[in-house]
Design a protein around this ligand. Structure first.
Ligand code: GUN
Ligand code: FE
Length: 425
């Protein structure tokens, strides 16, 4: 009779989440009730029927949704924080490709991926969408490690068959064959780690590779991720490669790689109106990667306008172009650069608010995974418990102020419990 009660988790504390980007929902001293992986609700008082379920009482601590990273490169974990005097294309040539080539060696790959997964866990990211490398066997090691740690993820074996160094390039047929084998082997292997088709970006994939990847996505109904409109030189290069195409985004669209199945495009810094319209129409997610865009001098994406137009947006750490895996750090950076953009350009863009940034890093990105990133009834049960005592040595502020300070000053030391996909991890 009590089957569902056996499967119940009740957390008590100061519960904070965003239903819409406009405002926080705050329930002080309340109960977050979940059955398995499903949120039942946030209650001020526990009804009689739940009396015998043990309550995990986190006292005055904050309980927030797990963080969602919509774009990061596990294979670049070991080159964080270096090479930022360069812009995107020279940075790829001088640091990134060389590092990714090392993942041909599974022992090296396992070592770095282990560190990456541990750090993702430490930083409170419960959901992530990740680039690996072209090496499908090392990619599987990453998937195993994420699964073991209890982190929910989409992981992509990268495809690249042109404009790449000879030590990090695939033959077109081999790239497709390996990708399909990897899809068949891994697509149903885990509960919460999934495959995602990953053409690196337009310049590194031939027309015939992109065509085939679009077909594979459609045939197996698999999600897609790539990079879009990050840097001015990159955009110019795409124009030279596809002079007949209406825009960079339209190149992906023409190959069935822009929302024909669930899609994330990282960056979108320099999108034009036609592209924004197509992205919105095709329900494509933009992964806003503020730290990366600062470090590689890429520019400032116009996030307030994308949100206003109804484009789906989440946050990405974009390691190693971004220096830190923390999504709280990405929230703070997104707010800061939005303020600079609004102050310097005096166009229609507006500074992001605290609740907007929090929304992007939880429910906004979470939507890619389904009902994720909120504590509304029916959402999946991902949560973090935050002890911010040390951030407030004298007198604690309001709950909203505590969230704001957490975004700016918090780190992994403030996270005292993590729940993902219905269980404590
Ligand atoms: N565009 C193509 N590859 C990459 C990458 O590895 N990082 C970033 N930031 N942009 C890219
Ligand atoms: Fe990236």
């Amino acid at each position: 009779m009590n089957y569902y009660k056996d499967n119940m988790t009740i957390l008590k504390g100061n519960i904070v989440y965003t239903k819409t980007k406009e405002e926080f929902i705050i329930a002080k001293n309340s109960y977050l009730v979940a059955v398995g992986n499903c949120i039942k609700g946030v209650l001020e008082k526990l009804p009689e029927e739940f009396k015998e379920v043990p309550v995990r009482d986190y006292k005055d601590n904050l309980i927030v949704p797990g963080l969602v990273d919509l774009h990061t490169h596990a294979s670049q974990f070991n080159i964080r924080g270096i090479g930022y005097d360069k812009e995107l294309l020279p940075w790829l040539e001088s640091y990134t490709f060389k590092e990714e080539a090392k993942f041909k060696d599974k022992t090296y790959g396992r070592k770095v991926y282990k560190e990456f997964v541990n750090e993702l866990y430490r930083q409170g990211t419960t959901r992530a969408v990740i680039f690996a490398t072209i090496h499908e066997d090392t990619t599987q090691i990453l998937m195993d490690l994420l699964n073991k740690k209890g982190i929910c993820a989409y992981v992509g074996k990268v495809n690249m068959d042109r404009n790449s160094p000879e030590y990090l390039i695939e033959q077109t047929d081999e790239s497709i064959k390996k990708t399909e084998e990897w899809i068949q082997k891994c697509k149903d292997k885990y509960d919460a780690v999934k495959v995602i088709i990953t053409p690196r970006f337009v310049p590194s994939c031939t027309t015939s590779l992109m065509n085939k990847l679009g077909e594979l996505a459609g045939e197996y109904r698999i999600a897609v991720q790539s990079h879009l409109s990050e840097n001015v030189s990159e955009i110019q290069w795409v124009k030279e490669l596809y002079p007949e195409s209406k825009s960079y985004a339209h190149v992906y669209d023409d190959f069935g790689l822009l929302g024909q199945t669930k899609t994330i495009m990282a960056h979108g810094v320099h999108l034009n109106e036609d592209e924004i319209e197509r992205i919105k129409k095709n329900n494509v997610f933009i992964a806003h990667c503020p730290s990366s865009n600062v470090n590689l001098s890429s520019g400032i994406a116009e996030i307030s306008q994308l949100l206003k137009k109804g484009v789906k947006v989440g946050l990405g750490s974009d390691i190693a172009a971004g220096e830190k895996l923390s999504i709280f750090n990405s929230m703070a950076c997104a707010i800061k650069i939005s303020k600079l953009r609004a102050a310097c350009l005096k166009d229609k863009s507006k500074p992001l608010t605290i609740s907007e940034a929090f929304y992007l890093g939880t429910k906004g990105g979470g939507e890619f995974f389904g009902k994720v990133g909120s504590f509304e009834e029916g959402y999946e049960f991902d949560a973090l418990v935050i002890d911010d005592y040390k951030l407030w040595k004298f007198e604690k502020g309001s709950i909203e102020e505590r969230i704001e300070r957490l975004i700016y000053l918090g780190d992994e030391r403030n996270i005292i419990a993590r729940y993902a996909f219905g269980k404590e991890i």
